[in-house]
Design a binder for this molecule. Sequence first.
Ligand code: IMP
Length: 461
Amino acid sequence: MVYYAALKEKQSQMNTVLIGSQWGDEGKGKVIDVLTDKADVVVRYQGGSNAGHTVIAEGKKRVLRLIPSGILHEGKTCIIGNGVVMNPLDLIEEIEAMRASGVEPKGRLFISTRTQMVMLYHRALDKAEEAARAPGKKIGTTGRGIGPAYAAKVSRTGLRCGDMLRDDFTDIVREQVAETNRKLKMLRAERVDAGDQIGVPGCTVKDYQLDADEFARIYAVAKEKLSPYIIDTVPYLHAAKAAGKSILCEGAQGTMLDIDFGTYPFVTSSNPTSGGACIGSGLSPRDIDCVVGVVKAYTTRVGEGPFPTELYNAVDKQDPDGKTMAEVGHEFGAVTKRPRRTGWYDAVIARYAQQVNGIDYWALTKLDVLDTIPKIKICVAYELDGKRIDTIPSSASDLARVKPIYEEMDGWMCETSNVTRLEDLPPKAKAYVDRLVELSGAKLGILSIGPARESTIRVAL
Ligand code: IMP
């Protein structure tokens, strides 16, 4: 209690980390947008243009892949932190789209000199590697070059945004293309069917080989356009903090896609969990005051990998309640447009997310999607090899074998999206929300009951 009182007192200057608690697509874009009113600086700390944060404001829908949605709020500064892998060409496209819609990012958007770049050849490698994986071993990546870019970072061969400021930048690009062509040759020779395409938009890929001159030309233009945005963001952030500004760190993807804590190897290549916020921004753990976990009132997953409460997918599961979730919830990838798999809320996952992220408050989203489902299940534990467990097995193959243990509740069977106060929810909907919160170890901060900014009940944040 003392802690929450202290948080309340501190709310005038509070540094918050916002994370996804499931497999991504929890509705973080909207919650970040809502919380931005209390922040001065918004930092994206991991992932790349594999993410798609959807924001609907003043009747306009926007999908942001790299630029924090804070850019849509006048006077807020946005930072692409060092933990992100940033595709310069995607960023230029996003900056130009912003400008076309009347928002000028220059002077409000900064990219860390330490941010790694996703180059077009990383996309080529991502696609070639995924094509080379045997059935059952495919990850279902977004094909955006994320894994290869993080692999280059860790193997210390990556290019950082600071390199773009160097005079010999295009020479480095040429060297890297030569190295990539060696890898592509190996992939093709070893396992990849010659018929597979590894299309790279805007570039010629001839016989699995990339053209170094073409790459040098493309990146010379990118250097010109992006150089004004690149700064050392660590002193910038600490100066902002010292000046009493509030910082909001936004994660992409979700806890169960975390490279360490997710369903490895069916994960992304970064740390979406709250620890990643420090690593990916240069803030210290002591600078973080509050962690908000965004969690959907049911569960979805896109791509391959285990999903214990799964009801519906495009392949072999056709449960009608899962179909309702997919259809009413518009469950299609914001970036890849792939249909998402859907299933019941999994409180084992939510508890785990609370623990590994230190979640103080939940932002519970998409409750309204369940408005027409007569009986709603909540997974409260699993059964594995005849034993009841209430933690996530660390091995994906064990998680694929668990059987969910469910509690069942009555659905409320009426519309919730017009409700403006928690106490005005239909009693059965309120009971469902209370049960989720009770099972999941943190307080309710925000309840979202529709895609628009206005369809939000701010309980504590
Ligand atoms: P990658 O991040 O493109 O390497 O893909 C690895 C896994 O993470 C795949 O299962 C993707 O579908 C999933 N993934 C990546 N980004 C997102 C996201 O923003 N939302 C949901 N799933 C994602």
